[in-house]
Design a protein around this ligand. Structure first.
Ligand code: HEM
Length: 512
């Protein structure tokens, strides 16, 4: 009997085995086919290359970018050469994207081929060679530090924890404005000075549990006051990050010394490191003395033991610099536009009054204030604080907009250009919050591309939205804002950025 069973089962087993192998082979072939079909690296070089903006030998298009507002030049070129074109900056070739549709390809569909960065010399030094969430390649380090920052600072639960700090910040801004008005009723106020200082205080409280007034910096043998700490931690690195070293464009000339440039960047690096070290030391002393604090540094000390000392320092510094700038840029532009357009300001004031009455605006009111949200969104569109997304690097051949993009290309998403796209926005030059009221998806925070998208979407968008919306709401609820009668249109911006060149100066009048 055994033999009979054997005779029947062996071929069956063999058949199953052969069948299994065949199935495995078919499945493997299927996946191979799918991969090679989906992976552009195999087929993309049969596609046409990205259209080029004509340049000159060696320098490529560098001279055409010398006016130092690349996002505007890129937008002008998009009108001539289309939503995707390539330029040469010295020895590097760069693809510039100025439409939402192709930007989404870069950020989502083709992300696996474009998930790294090639940094300029200054950024390499100032980011401690990509040791920040925002500047890292997409890898395990990025996932770890992004998890830390979302868990303990920027995610919805962490933001709930910092609510009291935000309320204090708004109260302080309002009080400082009232105090200014009491003393100088007919003078224009510089909102940036007040708002930025309070924003920095909030960033310090989130990171270190305390708005530090002064600190002894052992490595520099000096005591620094708050303003100087702000310069070292925020202003200097911000300026450094947009500094350009001509060697960035000609990697084959890296050996040529450019000492004065290197010294400037290294001085920024050393001073920032010294101040951060002093802040960390002081915090450790507070913990040792039994003070109970609930801030990012406390979380990092207990949960981020795999980080090296330098990575720890960078992780702590990251939300300080990121909190202190873009939100202020947005709020200042919104207030400039509202001061320039009294009718729109009245409309916003009426909306706030109808919802809040005699109470001060709070975060709970936000969902009932669509016009306030539209003011914020329209400001992000017209004056996007990050006009060009930090450059991405193509590490394997890919396809964008139906064109072949070879490995080694850099990709710039021109957010400003996307937001000025006439096919998407009617009269894009006009600041008109109304356009966000008629949209079905007007509450979509990512409608304008200002916060990027995909896996590298801005981690601080919630914080930026809440602070900026409540900031604008409270400023309009407490005061009427006016530009001086002789004020001229002033939309100039600072260097490569979209920050207002001249701070907004406005006359304020407390509301009854
Ligand atoms: C209006 C204000 C803001 C704007 C317009 C903005 C814009 C952006 C953009 C465009 C990116 C994407 C970069 C890329 O894909 O390469 C980004 C990333 C990021 N932003 Fe923001 N940001 C704002 C506020 C903030 C704030 C307040 C914080 C933190 C305090 C923050 C933290 C980050 C971080 C950590 C990333 C990196 C995310 C990642 O790479 O995974 N941002 N932001």
């Amino acid at each position: 009997m055994d033999g009979v069973i054997d005779m029947q089962t062996i071929p069956l087993r063999t058949a199953i085995a052969i069948g299994g192998t065949a199935v495995a082979l078919v499945v493997a072939l299927y996946f191979w086919f799918l991969r090679s079909y989906a992976s552009p690296s195999h087929h993309s070089n049969h596609l046409p290359p990205v259209p080029e903006v004509p340049g000159v030998p060696v320098l490529g298009n560098l001279l055409q970018l010398k006016e130092k507002k690349p996002y505007m030049t890129f937008t002008k070129w998009a009108e001539m050469y289309g939503p995707i074109y390539s330029i040469r900056t010295g020895a590097t070739s760069m693809v510039v994207v100025s439409s939402n549709e192709i930007a989404k390809e870069v950020l989502v569909t083709r992300f696996p081929s474009i998930s790294t960065r090639k940094l300029s010399y200054a950024l390499k030094v100032l980011t401690e060679d990509k040791s920040m969430v925002a500047m890292s390649d997409y890898n395990d380090y990025h996932k770890t530090v992004k998890r830390h920052i979302l868990t303990a600072v920027l995610g919805p639960n962490a933001q709930k924890k910092f609510r009291a700090h935000r309320d204090t910040m708004m109260e302080n801004v309002s009080n400082e404005l009232h105090a200014f008005f009491e003393k100088n009723p007919n003078q224009e106020v510089n909102l940036r000075k007040i708002f930025q200082s309070q924003l920095f205080g909030l960033a310090m409280k989130q990171a270190l549990g305390k708005d530090v007034e002064s600190i002894y910096v052992k490595d520099l043998e000096t005591t620094m006051k708050r303003e100087e700490i702000f310069e070292v931690l925020v202003v200097d690195p911000m300026m450094g990050a947009i500094e350009v070293d001509w060697r960035d464009f000609f990697p084959y000339l890296k050996w040529v010394p450019n000492k004065s440039f290197e010294n400037i960047i290294h001085r920024m690096y050393t001073r920032r490191e010294a101040v951060m070290k002093a802040l960390i030391q002081e915090h450790k002393k507070r913990i040792a003395s039994g003070e109970k604090l609930n801030s990012y540094i406390d979380y990092l000390l207990s949960e981020a033991q795999t980080l090296t000392d330098k990575q720890f320092l960078m992780s702590l510094w990251e939300p300080i610099i990121e909190s202190s700038d873009t939100t202020m840029v947005t709020t200042e532009w919104a207030m400039y536009e509202l001061a320039k357009n009294p009718n729109l300001q009245d409309r916003l004031y009426e909306e706030i009054q109808s919802v809040c009455g005699s109470e001060k605006i709070t975060e709970e009111n936000l969902s009932q204030l669509p016009y306030l949200y539209a003011v914020f969104q329209e400001t992000l569109r017209k004056h996007c604080p990050v006009p060009i997304m930090p450059l991405r690097y193509v590490h394997e051949n890919t396809v964008l907009g139906g064109y072949h993009v070879p490995a080694g290309t850099e990709v710039a998403i021109n957010i400003y250009g996307c937001n000025m796209d006439k096919k998407l926005w009617e009269n894009p030059e006009e600041w008109n919050p109304e356009r966000f009221l008629s949209e079905k998806e007007s509450m979509d925070l990512y409608k304008t591309m200002a916060f990027g998208g995909g896996k590298r979407v801005c981690a601080g968008s919630l914080q930026a939205m809440v602070i900026s919306c409540i900031g604008i709401g409270r400023l309009v609820q407490d005061f009427e804002w006016k530009l001086n009668d002789d004020a001229e249109e002033d939309v100039n911006t600072l260097g490569l950025t979209t920050q207002k060149l001249h701070p907004l100066l406005a006359l304020i009048n407390p509301r009854k």
